[in-house]
Structure formats: structure tokens, C-alpha cells
Ligand binder design. Structure first.
Ligand code: NAD
Ligand code: TYD
Length: 353
């Protein structure tokens, strides 16, 4: 079958990117999906084992800061769409090493914008640059209220500042060069294949291994959690149906205080592991708070629901149970990630076409 579209997905070996790649490869066999990823510590081709041999999938190892590499990838694969997820994504790492966030999230995004603009310069017709961003660009909510698409940017961490800068560049390219784009800002994701440095997989892994559960500060910070496959379905909707130049907020209407969430995970894991009720919660340990820790994020996802008909498909309870089941059934994946063994997996894989 000759491909009807060719789509370059950056960061496809990461957590959310791997779900987006899987969705597009399996749902759209008529598309060619090119996963472009530098395979940093967060990139793991084991995430894509089930689709890596699909006829419409290929992997290109490339850093988005490498202008020549991007130029070659655009020339070889002639994508008409880009879904850009590659980023440094962990707030704690952005506090210890902000420059990595500037170079990948800001300079890398601009390098990718330049590559798309150059490759598409004969005509922007039928082209689309989709930038995947975060609700953290809006800053921290301290009382009621929600982030809407009109909320002024007020990033508070090096991570969110770098994502905000990248969002501004995407809009600036739309305004200045008329590069066709869409953008979305999503709340915290959870689900399978999530690197266990982030709250939910870290807690699941530590509960499994009876290790301390580090709760920052008093555990009162609030996050709005969305199942990663619902984010992938929202990305599908925005990519195909979003209006040019528009932004869509994506969220699950699902706010949880960290401490309540950790207790819920402990209860689920006690049941799954056959432990006495309350046993895992004894592992909770309060640790020094994150510097400049944002208090609350909460998304108003009304626009994407009204205009594109998107809604989350499952409840948090169902999504969390599936997630815990996945980690317990995939302890080899978890052990490879925590031991670093996953890093050698790609060597036999990345030349696969
Ligand atoms: P992740 O850290 O799991 O994966 C990032 C991927 O990008 C990895 O595969 C990594 O190898 C790749 N990458 C990093 N630097 C690169 C570079 N210089 N060149 C090429 N590839 C590079 O991240 P994630 O949680 O899947 O997030 C994906 C995107 O979604 C990010 O842009 C993030 O800002 C955004 N986002 C994440 C969340 C969340 O809850 N995780 C929520 C909203 C938005
Ligand atoms: P995280 O998963 O890092 O996502 P983000 O900071 O982008 O929201 O953290 C989610 C929340 O959990 C955040 O308020 C910080 C807190 N947290 C802990 O309390 N302990 C931990 O070990 C981690 C990783 C996070």
C-alpha cells in the first residue's frame, strides 16, 4: 500500500510518544510513521516492541538539536506532518541541570521548526506542525479556578519556562512565516511505560520493592491526572481536526493531592500483592520539598470537548488499576529501566526499516 501521509513523531521512544506512535501505527496503516528520537535516558525502544516490525513504522535516531540530521530526515522521509513530543520532561532534573532543558526544549524545538519550514518552503498546503506542551506553562494555581487557553503564561520551573519558550516560538513561526501549526497543553499523564522517576511509576516500583515512598513537603500539592492513552486520543483529535493556529487544553477533570494519591496506590498495591491493609502506607516518608514546588494544576478542557468532541474514556480508578496491573505484569521492563539494561536494546533495533 502506498502511504497517504508521512508523519514524523519526535520523542516517540518516550512515555507519551510511544503511546502516540502505537496509536498511529495501528490505527492508520495507510500512514507512514517515522519515530525520530535521540534515545536519551528517557527514550526506550522496548516501549515499542509490539509495533517495531510494522510495515508502516520506522525509527530514526536523531537529536532535534542536530540541524543536519533533521534536514536529512526530512529529505529522506518527506513528512507532511510533525507531532513534536521530544523534550526533557522532568522538573527535578530541570532544577539540577536547567541548560539541558534550554538546549533540547528551546533550541531543539527551534531547530525542528527551521527544518520543517525549510523542507516545506515550496508550499505549506497540507502541512501541519503539532507542538505537544504542558499545562505547567500556566504556572501554579493557589485557590479555585482552572487553566484555560486564555490563561497568561507564568512558568515557575526551569522545565516549564523552557516549554513556555518553545510554545512561544511555535506561535511566532505561525505568525511570522505562516507555518501551519496546532498546539496543546496537557495535564499530568499516567499509564504504562512511564519512566519510574515520575510520581506514579516511582511509587508503584518502590511499593513493589518495599522501599521508602518519598513524598515531597507535606504531600499537599495537587495534580490533575489523565490516562496517557486518553492523551494520545486527544493528540489524534487535535492533529486531524484541530483548527490551524489554535491551542487546546487537555485534562482529565481529575485533581488529586499527592498524599491522597499515594495512599490510594498503597491500598491498590496491598490488595494486588496480598499484603495486609495499611502495610504499604507504612513506607510513606516525608522528604524535603522540591524548590519552587507548584501548588496546584487544574485544566479546563471545555474547548477540546466542545470543538473536537474529545473526552477522557475511562475513570481514574479504572486507569490506575490498569496501570498497576501493567507494572506488575511487566517487572522485566521495570527492572531493565531501573538497572539501565534498556539502553543496550536499541543497538539491534534502530537501523530497522
Ligand atoms: P519522556 O521524558 O518520557 O520522553 C521524552 C522523549 O524525548 C524520550 O524518548 C527522549 O529520548 C526524547 N528526547 C529527549 N531529548 C531529545 C533530543 N534532544 N532529541 C531527540 N529526542 C529527544 O517525556 P514524556 O513524559 O513522554 O513527554 C513527552 C512530551 O509531552 C514532552 O514534550 C512533555 O513536555 C509533554 N508533556 C508531558 C506530560 C507528562 O505528564 N509526562 C504532560 C503534558 C505534556
Ligand atoms: P512529577 O511526576 O515529577 O510531575 P510534575 O512535577 O511534572 O507534576 O511529580 C508529581 C507530583 O508529585 C509533584 O507535586 C511532585 C510530587 N513528587 C513527590 O512527592 N515525590 C516524588 O518522588 C516525585 C517524583 C514527585
Amino acid at each position: 500500500m502506498s502511504a497517504t501521509r508521512s508523519i514524523l513523531i519526535t520523542g516517540g521512544a518516550g512515555f507519551i510518544g510511544s503511546h502516540v506512535v502505537r496509536r498511529f501505527v495501528t490505527k492508520y496503516p495507510q500512514y507512514r510513521i517515522i519515530n525520530l528520537d535521540a534515545l536519551t535516558y528517557a527514550g526506550n525502544l522496548e516501549n515499542l516492541r509490539d509495533v517495531e516490525r510494522a510495515a508502516n513504522y520506522m525509527f530514526v535516531k536523531c537529536d532535534i538539536r542536530d540541524a543536519d540530521g533533521l534536514k536529512a530526515a526530512f529529505a529522506e522521509h518527506t513528512p507532511d506532518g510533525v507531532i513534536h513530543l521530544a523534550a526533557e520532561s522532568h522538573v527535578d532534573r530541570s532544577i539540577t541541570d536547567p541548560m539541558a532543558f534550554v538546549t533540547t526544549n528551546v533550541i531543539g524545538t527551534v531547530t525542528l521548526l527551521n527544518a520543517a519550514r525549510e523542507a516545506w518552503k515550496s508550499s505549506f498546503d497540507g502541512k501541519r506542525f503539532y507542538h505537544v506542551s504542558t499545562d505547567e506553562v500556566y504556572g501554579s494555581l493557589h485557590d479555585g479556578g482552572f487553566f484555560t487557553e486564555e490563561t497568561p503564561y507564568d512558568p515557575q520551573s526551569p522545565y516549564s519556562a523552557s516549554k513556555a519558550a518553545s510554545d512561544h516560538f511555535v506561535r511566532a513561526y505561525g505568525n511570522t512565516y505562516k507555518l501551519p501549526f496546532v498546539l496543546s497543553n496537557c495535564s499530568n499523564n499516567y499509564g504504562s511505560h512511564h519512566f519510574p522517576e515520575k510520581l506514579i511509576p516511582l511509587m508503584i516500583n518502590n511499593i513493589r520493592n518495599s522501599k521508602p515512598l518519598p513524598v515531597y513537603g507535606k504531600g499537599e500539592n495537587v495534580r490533575d491526572w489523565l490516562w496517557v492513552e486518553d492523551h494520545a486520543s486527544a493528540i489524534d483529535a487535535v492533529f486531524h481536526k484541530g483548527a490551524n493556529g489554535e491551542t487546546y487544553n487537555i485534562g482529565g477533570h481529575n485533581e488529586w493531592k499527592n498524599l491522597d494519591l499515594v495512599h490510594l496506590l498503597c491500598r491498590i498495591m496491598d490488595q494486588k500483592l496480598g499484603r495486609a491493609e495499611g502495610e504499604s502506607a507504612k513506607l510513606i516518608t516525608y522528604v524535603t520539598d522540591r524548590a519552587g514546588h507548584d501548588l496546584r494544576y487544574a485544566i479546563d478542557a471545555g474547548k477540546i470537548e466542545r470543538e473536537l468532541g474529545w473526552k477522557p474514556s475511562i475513570t481514574f480508578e479504572a486507569g490506575l488499576e490498569r496501570t498497576v496491573d501493567w507494572y506488575l505484569a511487566n517487572t522485566v521492563w521495570l527492572d531493565h529501566v531501573t538497572s539501565g539494561a534498556y539502553r543496550s536494546y536499541y543497538e539491534g533495533q534502530y537501523t530497522h526499516r
